[in-house]
Design a protein around this ligand. Structure first.
Ligand SMILES: *[C@@H]1O[C@H](CO)[C@@H](O)[C@H](O)[C@H]1NC(C)=O
Ligand SMILES: *[C@@H]1O[C@H](CO)[C@@H](O)[C@H](O)[C@H]1NC(C)=O
Ligand SMILES: *[C@@H]1O[C@H](CO)[C@@H](O)[C@H](O)[C@H]1NC(C)=O
Ligand SMILES: *[C@@H]1O[C@H](CO)[C@@H](O)[C@H](O)[C@H]1NC(C)=O
Ligand SMILES: *[C@@H]1O[C@H](CO)[C@@H](O)[C@H](O)[C@H]1NC(C)=O
Length: 403
C-alpha cells in the first residue's frame, strides 16, 4: 500500500489523540464502553469475537462453525497500517500532539472521534470474507479467463490459511465451487484447487467433514495418478490433509483402495521423490492412528509382505528425508499387533537395511553440515532396531524351533 506522507500525518493526527484519550472518550461514548486496555479501539469488537472464535476452535469446532459473527470490518489491515504509520511518523510531532490532547474537552474529543470514524470508513479495506466471496464468485463464472481462474484460486490459497476463514469457505459456497475445479481441463487449475482443499482441511475437522461429505476424496485420489507430477503431489497432499486423524475419512480412503494407491507409489522406483515422501509419511500417519486405536481391527494391508518390503526398501534411498519417513513408518508398522517380525527379517531384510543405513549415517555424521540431522536420524534408526530386536527376541523365545 503506497500512501503519501500527508495522508500518514492526517491519519496519525486524527488517530493518536484518540488513542491517548481513550479512557476519557470511553466515558463520553457510553454505548461503546469497554474496559480493556487503552490500546484497544472501540470498533475492534468484531476482531475480539474473531479471536474468541479462533481460540475456542483450536480443537473441536462443531459449536462455532455456523456462527456468523465474524468481522467484516477489515480492522486487521488498518491495525497493520497504524503500526506502519507510527513507524513512519515524526516523533516531535507526535509529542506535540499528545500534549495538545491534554487540553481538549470531551466534546472536542467526541468530534475528533467522529472525524476519525469517517476516515476509517474511507480507508476501509475489504475483509477476508469479502475477498473470499469475490474469488468464489469469479470461480463460479464460466466465462472467466483461465488466468483469472488461476489467480482466484491462488487468492483463496492464501485466504483459507487462518482457521476461521477456512471455516467460512463452505458458508460462502466456496468448497463446492473449488471442488468443481478439480474437474477442470487445465492441470494447473486442478492442482491449485486440490491445494486449496488440502490447506483448508489441514488440522480442521469441520472442513475435513465438509469436503468428505461433498465427495471430493475419490476425485482427489484419482488425481494422485495424474501424469503431471505437480498435480499428483498436491492431490496427495490434499488426500493426507483430509484423512489425517479422521476415522471417517480413513474408512473412505481404504474403501477407495487407498492402500493399493500408496503401495503403487512406494514400489515404483520411477515415481517422483516428493510423491514417495508424502506416501510414506501418510503410511506413518495411518499406522499411528492404528496404534492409538489399539482395540480396533487393524488394516490387513499393513501386514502385507509386499507392502512392507516396499517400505523397507525405501531405507536404501539416497534421500535422507525419505529414509527418515520410512523409518518412522517402520517403527509404527513393527508395533502393530499383527506385525510379524520374521517377515521383516526374512522377507524384507530389515536387519541388512538397518545396518547399511547405520554405516551411511556414520559417514554423514562426519560432515559438519549434516551432522545434526544425521544424528537425529541415527537415533531414530537405533530405536527402530531396538524395537525390532525386542519383537524378534519374543518370537524366537516363544517359538525356538523356528531358529
Ligand atoms: C469490566 O467491567 C465490568 C463491569 O462493567 C467488571 O465486572 C469487570 O471486572 C471489568 N473487567 C476488567 C478487566 O476490568
Ligand atoms: C485439544 O486436543 C488435544 C489433542 O487432540 C487434547 O490433548 C487437548 O486436551 C484438547 N484441548 C482441549 C481444550 O480440548
Ligand atoms: C463473468 O466473467 C466475465 C469475463 O470476465 C465478465 O464479463 C462477466 O461480467 C462475469 N459475470 C458475472 C456474473 O460476474
Ligand atoms: C454459482 O452460480 C449458480 C448460477 O449460475 C448459482 O445458482 C450458485 O448459487 C452460484 N454458487 C455460488 C457459490 O455463488
Ligand atoms: C511408475 O511411475 C511412472 C512415473 O510416474 C509411471 O509412468 C509408470 O506407469 C509407473 N509404473 C507402474 C508399474 O505403475
Amino acid at each position: 500500500m503506497v500512501r503519501s506522507a500527508a495522508s500518514i500525518d492526517l491519519f496519525l493526527l486524527l488517530l493518536l489523540p484518540f488513542l491517548l484519550a481513550w479512557p476519557l472518550v470511553a466515558s463520553v461514548d457510553g454505548a461503546h464502553e469497554k474496559n480493556s486496555s487503552a490500546g484497544s479501539l472501540f470498533w475492534s469488537t468484531a476482531e475480539d469475537e474473531t479471536d474468541l472464535l479462533r481460540s475456542s476452535q483450536e480443537n473441536s469446532t462443531e459449536s462455532v462453525a455456523d456462527d456468523h459473527s465474524d468481522s467484516d470490518g477489515g480492522f486487521s489491515s488498518l491495525e497493520g497500517m497504524l503500526q506502519w504509520a507510527i513507524g513512519h511518523s515524526d516523533p516531535a510531532k507526535l509529542k506535540e500532539t499528545s500534549e495538545d490532547i491534554q487540553r481538549q474537552s470531551p466534546s472536542e474529543l467526541k468530534k475528533r472521534q467522529m472525524e476519525l470514524k469517517e476516515l476509517m470508513e474511507k480507508l476501509k479495506m475489504p475483509s477476508d470474507a469479502q475477498l473470499m466471496q469475490i474469488a468464489i464468485d469469479d470461480l463460479n463464472n464460466s466465462s472467466l479467463s483461465l488466468e483469472d481462474r488461476q489467480r482466484a484460486l491462488q487468492e483463496l490459497l492464501i485466504l483459507v490459511e487462518p482457521i476461521d476463514n477456512a471455516n467460512d469457505l463452505n458458508k460462502l459456497g466456496g468448497l463446492a465451487v473449488v471442488i468443481q475445479e478439480l474437474a477442470h481441463p487445465d492441470t494447473d487449475v486442478r492442482r491449485l484447487a486440490a491445494w486449496v482443499l488440502g490447506k483448508a482441511s489441514q488440522n480442521n475437522v469441520v472442513v475435513q467433514r465438509q469436503v468428505l461429505e461433498l465427495g471430493a476424496l475419490a476425485k482427489l485420489m484419482e488425481m494422485v495418478k495424474s501424469s503431471s507430477t505437480e498435480e499428483a503431489t498436491k492431490a496427495l497432499y490434499a488426500v493426507s490433509a483430509l484423512i489425517r486423524s479422521n476415522s471417517v475419512g480413513q474408512k473412505l480412503f481404504y474403501a477407495e483402495a487407498g492402500d493399493i494407491m500408496l503401495q503403487d507409489i512406494l514400489a515404483n522406483r520411477s515415481s517422483d521423490i516428493r510423491l514417495r515422501r508424502k506416501a510414506v509419511f501418510l503410511v506413518g500417519d495411518l499406522t499411528e492412528c492404528q496404534l492409538e486405536n489399539g482395540d480396533k481391527a487393524e488394516v490387513p494391508f499393513f501386514s502385507d509382505q509386499i507392502f512392507l518390503k516396499s517400505v523397507v526398501d525405501l531405507m536404501a534411498s539416497d534421500d535422507l528425508d525419505l529414509q527418515e519417513k520410512a523409518l518412522l513408518a517402520i517403527k509404527n508398522l513393527l508395533q502393530l499387533r499383527t506385525a510379524e517380525p520374521l517377515v521383516f527379517k526374512d522377507f524384507c531384510g530389515l536387519d541388512g537395511a538397518l545396518e547399511k543405513m547405520r554405516q551411511q549415517l556414520q559417514s554423514l555424521i562426519a560432515d559438519e553440515d549434516l551432522k545434526d540431522y544425521a544424528l537425529d536420524v541415527e537415533s531414530l534408526r537405533s530405536e527402530v532396531e531396538l524395537i525390532f530386536h525386542r519383537k524378534l527376541g519374543k518370537v524366537l523365545t516363544s517359538t525356538p524351533w523356528l531358529v
